[in-house]
Ligand binder design. Structure first.
Ligand SMILES: Nc1ncnc2c1ncn2[C@@H]1O[C@H](COP(=O)(O)OP(=O)(O)OP(=O)(O)O)[C@@H](O)[C@H]1O
Ligand SMILES: [Mg+2]
Length: 461
């Protein structure tokens, strides 16, 4: 439902109660607040003083509160109007019928019911009941499927990118992709903690058990339906009527092995349509996918700039030193070498730190001086789990890249590679969508290189 439809519906409610229509300034305020604009900006756009805009807005919120029976403010006007408009339209067929039949309050969300659910939600919320997150707004949160992560360091810039996409740009579909253990679930949990008050519903669902799309949708509807009086027909309807944040974790499970990245398993292709529908329909919610691979249509939608973004999550950088601090490693002056060697990958660093404790009593210097090649040790099964998923052409490109000493300019034909140029490019593109191959810009040219840990692992195999 877009702003025009909601404005029309709101105007009808106002007219029924007061005999007057919304005037043009009230309508502009509603439109701008809908887009998240602040009063001083609205004042500028409407060529009025900020005080005047605030005064008109105050009266507008009061009038709408009286008419609709909710405490309407600048911060909640969008979600309340949309929710009421959608639920009325579904109950009455279309908005103009409402004018004729007047509003039947029993068909509209009742505030008290929502509050009861909100109390329940606070108990399920991962944050203390009196924390600011739980005070400002009470979203209904279900993190039953989310992992528990006791530590969290850094990610300041990635978190601010994600917040900008969600809160300012209103991006509807976001993919956070990267290697296993790089911290996708961790950053999504932190994000929820920071933006939960902006949503009415937040749910985390894992695709580990490869649920059919219909099963997933039923689960989502049951969750959203808990505090709505009448069930809505589709997920998109819930996404329109409320601000919902849905995190789908372990999305790589619905992609097939031995094929290029992001190809759906047989019988799971409808997920692709669902993701596309979420990206292209108008609504006020956000779906975040956490995956080892970037889905194919996400790349295409991104190319068309259709409210879709993706974040390739990489290592932690020097903040990863906190992992060593917490584990009790010594030789702090060598920690940055160790971080660079394992690219700040938090899970790999945790595993290597455990090895250093076991074999070298925590001495990073000893470990680095004793180990000539890059030590893989307990990382082996993790690295294998990525390699096992590759297609034939990706394996060929990967093995070829492992023999290169420098970054590769793919516009020059890899003469000693077994692949044709198009096959080679497609394989490189796919490996990049898995985060195994990375790109650097040198002198205006894109150069590609294989993740150094995988390179060392393949070379020693
Ligand atoms: N920002 C962080 N600060 C501290 N530790 C982190 C951070 N990110 C990840 N970790 C550590 O790395 C481990 C793996 O993180 P996480 O489960 O988020 O990875 P993932 O990318 O979701 O992996 P997978 O794809 O296998 O689910 C966690 O157990 C956690 O200990
Ligand atoms: Mg995870």
């Amino acid at each position: 439902m877009d702003i025009q439809e909601v404005l029309q519906w709101t105007d009808e409610q106002v007219f029924v109660k007061t005999g007057k229509h919304i005037d043009s300034l009230q309508s502009s305020i509603l439109k701008e607040v809908w887009e998240g604009e602040k009063y001083h900006k609205i004042a500028k756009k409407c060529n009025r003083s900020e005080d005047h805009i605030k005064q008109v807005s105050r009266k507008l919120w009061k009038m709408l509160s009286d008419i609709l029976g909710d405490d309407i403010k600048q911060s909640n006007v969008r979600s309340i109007l949309e929710s009421k408009a959608v639920s009325s339209i579904y109950n009455f067929g279309n908005s103009s019928q409402i004018v004729n039949s007047k509003i039947n309050r029993t068909h509209i969300n009742i505030c008290g019911e929502k509050r009861q659910d909100a109390e329940e939600a606070k108990q399920r919320s991962p944050f203390p009941p009196e924390s600011p997150q739980n005070q400002a707004r009470s979203p209904i949160i279900d993190l039953t499927d989310a992992p528990e992560l006791p530590y969290f360091y850094d990610r300041t810039s990635e978190l601010s990118t994600l917040k900008q996409w969600i809160l300012q740009a209103h991006t509807r579909l976001i993919t956070v992709y990267g290697l296993s253990g790089i911290g996708k679930s961790a950053i999504a949990l932190k994000l929820i903690e920071q933006i939960q008050t902006e949503f009415d519903y937040i749910i985390w669902l894992s695709l580990t058990n490869t649920p059919a799309l219909s099963t997933l949708q039923t689960e989502l509807k049951q969750f959203f339906g808990r505090s709505q009086q009448l069930p809505l027909p589709t997920i998109i309807d819930y996404f329109r009527s409320s601000r919902c944040l849905v995190i789908l974790d372990d999305v790589q499970n619905i992609f097939s092995s031995s094929q290029l990245a992001g190809q759906y398993l047989a019988g799971y292709e409808d997920y692709g349509k669902f993701f596309k529908q979420i990206a292209t329909s108008s609504h006020q919610s956000c779906l975040i996918l956490l995956s080892w691979e970037k889905p194919k249509e996400i790349a295409n939608l991104e190319a068309e700039n259709l409210s879709t973004r993706s974040l390739h999550l990489k290592g932690l950088g020097q903040q990863a030193a906190e992992i060593f601090q917490q584990k009790g490693l010594v030789d702090e002056e060598k920690w940055s070498d160790l971080i660079a060697l394992y690219q700040g990958h938090p899970s790999w660093l945790n595993i290597i730190a455990a090895t250093i404790l076991e074999l070298f009593d925590g001495s990073v210097s000893l470990f680095l001086s004793e180990v000539n090649d890059l030590f893989v040790g307990d990382l082996e099964p993790i690295l294998d789990s990525h390699l096992e998923r590759l297609s034939g052409s990706e394996k060929k490109a990967l093995y070829w890249l492992a023999t290169q000493n420098e970054t590769v300019d793919i516009s020059r034909k890899a003469t000693d590679s077994e692949l044709s140029q198009p096959e080679f490019w497609q394989a490189i593109q796919s490996l990049a969508r898995r985060g195994l191959v990375e790109k650097v810009l040198v002198g205006g040219r894109s150069l590609f290189f294989l993740n150094p840990v995988f390179k060392a692992y393949i070379q020693c195999r």
